[in-house]
Design a protein. Structure first.
Length: 424
């Protein structure tokens, strides 16, 4: 979509309320309800990954599968999650957020049932691919909804509140997954995804009202699609913030994809102990989102990201230094990683909102491309870990350090140069 066509398709949004909520006929009942629904939609991602992680070693043994196949249940899911958003985005710009959410959540529940009933690792991988594609509708729409309703800077604060909700869900996910796996088996862990998906579907069906003030009837035309993608990809603000969001998620996924093997197989933690580790990671992330909301009014998006970049780089560097000194212990990984997760609580709301901010009338497409890039990085991480996990902590450590450097460089250079557009 060209800049001129964006002007022609401007929705009639007359004003914003004091909290940044757009005064549109399609606005949900309250800001609190918006945050609650967004928390469920965004929380679908940690539920689908974090809750499943404690079961990963057990189901790998249960299917007599290889480590590479086990990693594929995560990396293939995330690749499908990323690619699907490229379709969900234009579809939601054409038909609205609500129908896409209902179709996506319905498919997620079905795929969760199929994964629970899988009789082979290949069957589980296929079910997880469908699950990831369906999950893409929920997370993509959540980011687009924020842009539908809020100005960019206000959107970063609302996204931060929603990601606090995601953090709460993530806090519960890994410990619950560990308990279910230990006492009821790994299939019970997969079944719990069905329950969460069904509850989210019902909340959307009964409480969510359409937020897209004006649908774009040309959103699916090839010429319009090409014009829209070209407009987004030519925007330096999009790339500045997307680089931060991609790198920040890349580091988190490095930890997620390797942590169950490192902490359970290498460091010999029990499932409940591993669940406690994951709880602490999510809790630290929640603290980071609270810090984000305090920083934004005082510092703005750019300075907040620059400060968080320093915390990220410190965490990655300290972790690598301790590993080089031969301190291959849980505390030597976790204490530096807490610094990373505090900063992650700032990086994600600011960068996700900032990447979509320049495109109020193509929010679905911009959200989709941002999500695709994050999941493409995650898929690459999964493939790299499959080849490099070696019964030591070093693949995890090197991965975190690599992404930490990239985050800091992006926050200190690209965001400072091109991020000003999101402040208005």
């Amino acid at each position: 979509m060209s800049a001129s066509s964006e002007t022609r398709h401007t929705p009639a949004v007359a004003s914003h309320t004091s909290d940044g909520l757009a005064a549109s006929h399609a606005t949900p009942a309250s800001a609190t309800l918006v945050v609650f629904i967004l928390s469920l939609l965004l929380g679908l991602q940690p539920v689908t990954t974090d809750l499943y992680l404690p079961a990963l070693p057990a189901l790998t043994e249960g299917f007599a599968a290889s480590l590479s196949q086990a990693q594929l249940t995560l990396s293939a899911l995330l690749l499908a999650f990323g690619v699907s958003q490229l379709a969900w985005g234009p579809l939601s710009d054409r038909f609205g957020r609500r129908p896409i959410l209902l179709w996506g959540m319905g498919a997620y529940v079905l795929a969760s049932v199929l994964s629970t009933l899988s009789t082979s690792m290949n069957g589980l991988i296929l079910a997880r691919i469908i699950q990831g594609a369906a999950m893409g509708a929920a997370v993509m729409c959540a980011r687009a909804i924020v842009r539908d309703l809020y100005r960019p800077t206000d959107g970063a604060r609302v996204m931060s509140k929603s990601l606090t909700g995601l953090g709460v869900i993530a806090c519960c996910s890994a410990p619950l997954g560990g308990l279910l796996t230990a006492h009821l088996g790994w299939r019970a862990t997969l079944l719990s995804l069905t329950v969460f998906g069904a509850l989210t579907f019902l909340v959307v069906a009964f409480f969510f009202k359409e937020t897209l003030a004006q649908k774009n009837p040309k959103a699916l035309q090839l010429r319009t699609l090409w014009s829209t993608w070209r407009l987004i990809m030519a925007n330096p603000t999009f790339w500045a913030f997307s680089t931060v969001s991609v790198a920040s998620y890349g580091g988190l996924f490095t930890f997620l994809a390797s942590s169950s093997f490192v902490f359970i197989k290498v460091l010999h933690l029990s499932l409940p102990e591993y669940g406690g580790v994951m709880f602490s990671v999510s809790f630290t992330y929640i603290l980071g989102t609270f810090a984000c909301r305090r920083m934004l009014p005082r510092l703005g998006v750019q300075r907040a990201l620059a400060i968080a970049g320093g915390f990220t780089l410190a965490g990655g560097t300290i972790m690598l230094a301790l590993a080089w000194l031969g301190l291959h212990q849980g505390w030597a990984i976790m204490l530096p990683f807490y610094l990373y997760m505090l900063a992650h609580g700032v990086h994600q709301p600011c960068s996700q909102s900032g990447a979509v901010g320049p495109f109020p009338y193509a929010a679905g497409a911009a959200s989709a491309l941002n999500g695709f890039l994050m999941m493409l990085a995650a898929f690459g991480v999964g493939a790299w870990l499959s080849a490099h996990l070696d019964n030591t902590v070093m693949p995890l450590v090197w991965g975190i350090f690599f992404w930490s450097v990239l985050i800091a460089l992006s926050a200190w250079t690209l965001v400072q140069k091109h991020g000003q557009a999101t402040e208005h």
